[in-house]
Design a protein around this ligand. Structure first.
Ligand code: TXA
Ligand code: MG
Length: 327
């Protein structure tokens, strides 16, 4: 059920639903989330059941501000404080030690917790209305079935879960890929998942280089090798290889689509092609919507041109590598 995100009454209704322990999907600046009150293990259990997510994969808790983060965080070290000051509200999730006894289902029993303070006005309105009902944090993974493509439009969420789920419609998500995740629970902060906020900006805010995630780094399902999978098999190819493969293809009967930045279709080809934008933030913005659209064509294969080198493309490259690994 789509609810208009700009509408105060719809926000109040959605907050009421959350407060009652039921699920609500809502937009953030990154992707749509599937939310439940974080302090209610039974409500959080409904997220795991609906997504088909294994119970040992922790969820991110969304908070309105630093004060509410402290409800869930046992402690904020200097690194966490710096990142909060630099990037909240915004597309950055921090993994910090968890306050004892709170949000244990959301944290999947781990001693740490993922905290994110979203910037999207509809998410903030919802968190504000929920807080007035005593809800200090909303646990929300991306609103897709486990292992599938994250939703960047309200309709994507309806396509995943059907019309019974309340979905606040906030239009297209601006960023388009999930938040950067920085683990601040250990000695040296490490980047667990690249997002829009580039590694270099995070290091500048920390005043120190990020460490490599250690073998003891907390588990992140967004860091599973195979994730973000379309139904068609996705192959990621260097520019020259894609060019050659297309030249050699002839008029094969393969149900194939191409998503490329610099490689055109051969003359006369009737394959579907979408052009990848030259700017990495534009490419991120549309990535999941394009993969969903191409996937809806009932293809065998999606051939994707590798993004260019450089940190600005880390987020997009990461999602494509994982989608290809699932093929
Ligand atoms: O942009 C985003 O982060 C979106 C929007 C809805 O906020 N959310 C999102 O959630 O991408 P999800 O569940 O699809 O991915 C969250 C990632 C997972 O890889 C999870 O394992 C990791 O965060 N995570 C959450 N809590 C954690 C913890 N305590 N320790 C380690 N990883 C954690
Ligand atoms: Mg996800």
């Amino acid at each position: 059920m789509l609810l208009p995100g700009q509408d105060d009454a719809a926000i109040e209704q959605a907050a009421e639903t959350l407060a009652a322990g039921e699920l609500v999907a809502f937009p953030t600046e990154t992707v749509y989330g599937l939310g439940a009150r974080a302090d209610d293990d039974a409500a959080v259990g409904r997220i795991f059941a609906l997504k088909g997510r294994p119970a040992d994969h922790p969820l991110i808790v969304h908070v309105l501000d630093r004060a509410d983060a402290l409800v869930f965080a046992g402690a904020l070290n200097a690194a966490a404080e710096r990142l909060i000051a630099a990037f909240w509200p915004g597309p950055l999730t921090l993994i910090v030690p968890r306050a004892p006894g709170v949000a244990s289902a959301a944290a999947a029993g781990q001693a740490s917790i993922g905290l994110r303070c979203p910037a999207h006005p509809v998410a903030r309105a919802l968190l504000g209305a929920a807080r007035r009902r005593g809800v200090r944090g909303v646990a929300a993974p991306s609103a897709n079935r486990f292992g599938r493509i994250s939703p960047t439009r309200a309709q994507h969420v309806v396509d995943e879960f059907g019309a019974a789920l309340p979905v606040l419609d906030g239009g297209d998500c601006e960023v388009g890929i999930e938040s950067s995740i920085v683990d601040c629970s250990g000695r040296a902060p490490a980047l667990l998942r690249p997002g829009q906020i580039e590694r270099g900006r995070i290091e500048a805010a920390l005043g120190a280089p990020l460490a490599r995630p250690g073998a003891d780094a907390p588990r992140a399902s967004g860091t599973l090798e195979a994730h973000y999978a379309p139904r068609a098999r996705l192959r990621l190819m260097p520019t020259e290889m894609l060019n050659t493969a297309l030249q050699m293809l002839g008029d094969s009967a393969l149900k194939l689509a191409v998503y490329s930045r610099t490689v055109p279709l051969p003359p006369g080809s009737r394959l579907a092609r979408r052009a990848m934008p030259d700017a990495p933030e534009r490419a991120a913005h549309e990535l999941f919507a394009v993969l969903r659209e191409l996937d809806a064509l009932g293809l065998d294969l999606i051939w994707v041109e590798e993004p260019p080198a450089g940190a600005a493309w880390d987020g997009v490259r990461d999602r494509l590598v994982r989608a290809a690994a699932a093929a």
